[in-house]
Write a protein of this length. Structure first.
Length: 228
C-alpha cells in the first residue's frame, strides 16, 4: 500500500511538472506572437508615416487637423508632412479647424498654398472657430468650402514687418525688408481678391487699417460659404 502511494505521489509530481512546462511554453509562444504583432504594427506605422499631433484620421477617407494659436514655420512643416501621409493613404476629405490670431504672414501663405495644392485629389473644408485673424485668413480662404461658427471673429490688416534687432539693421536692410513685406502684402491681397467678393477698393480700404468683422459680414463679403 505504501509503495502504491509513493507511485501515485511521483505520478502527481510528474503531472504537475508537465503542466508547468506546457504553461511556460504557452506563455512564451504568446509572448512571441505579441512581439511579432507589435513589430508588424510598427512596420506598418513606419511604412505609412506618423501623423503629427495636430492631425488624426476617422475611418479611411476623412482626416481632421487643427490650427490653434500663433502661426509659425512649424505649423507649415507639420502640415507638409501630414499631407504627404494623407496623400499616400489616399484620404479624400480634409477638415481644417482654425482658431488663431495670426502670426507669420509667409507661413500663413505657405499653409494656404499647401491646402489649395491638394484640391485636385482631396476635398478641403476649413472651419473658423473662435477667431480667424491676420495670417490665419488665407488659411481659411484655402478651403474649397468654408464654414464658421456664428460668433467667430475675423480680422484683416496691412502686413507688418517687425525687426528682431533694429540696431542690427542698416537703412538699406530696412528698405529691402520693406520691399519683401510689400511682396507678401501683394500676395495676401491677391488671395483676398480671388477668394472673396471684395473688390480692389474694399480690399485696400480694409487692409490699410485693421478691420474686424463678424461671421455675418464674412458670409456677405465671401470669406465663408456657410455659418453653423
Amino acid at each position: 500500500m505504501n509503495r502504491m502511494k509513493s507511485y501515485l505521489t511521483v505520478a502527481a509530481i510528474i503531472a504537475i511538472m508537465i503542466g508547468l512546462l506546457l504553461l511556460s511554453v504557452s506563455v512564451q509562444a504568446k509572448d512571441i506572437t505579441d512581439e511579432v504583432s507589435i513589430q508588424k504594427r510598427i512596420q506598418i506605422r513606419e511604412e505609412q508615416g506618423q501623423l503629427s499631433p495636430n492631425t488624426f484620421l476617422i475611418g479611411k477617407d476623412a482626416a481632421y487637423t487643427v490650427l490653434i494659436g500663433t502661426i509659425t514655420e512649424k505649423d507649415s512643416l507639420l502640415l507638409w508632412i501630414d499631407l504627404q501621409i494623407l496623400k499616400a493613404r489616399k484620404v479624400k476629405n480634409l477638415h481644417v479647424y482654425i482658431n488663431s490670431m495670426g502670426g507669420s504672414g509667409t507661413d500663413g501663405l505657405s499653409y494656404a498654398n499647401q491646402l489649395m495644392a491638394i484640391w485636385p485629389h482631396c476635398e478641403v473644408t476649413t472651419y473658423g472657430t473662435g477667431i480667424v485673424a491676420s495670417a490665419a485668413i488665407p488659411i481659411l480662404l484655402a478651403g474649397k468650402h468654408r464654414i464658421a461658427s456664428s460668433n467667430t471673429l475675423f480680422m484683416i490688416h496691412k502686413v507688418r514687418f517687425t525687426p528682431q534687432d533694429p540696431s542690427g539693421y542698416t537703412s538699406r536692410d530696412l528698405e529691402a525688408n520693406k520691399e519683401a513685406t510689400d511682396i507678401v502684402e501683394s500676395s495676401y491681397r491677391e488671395l483676398l481678391k480671388i477668394r472673396t467678393k471684395l473688390i480692389d477698393e474694399q480690399i485696400n480700404k480694409f487692409c490699410d487699417r485693421t478691420t474686424w468683422f463678424t461671421a455675418k459680414q464674412a458670409l456677405e463679403w465671401g470669406f465663408i460659404d456657410e455659418i453653423r
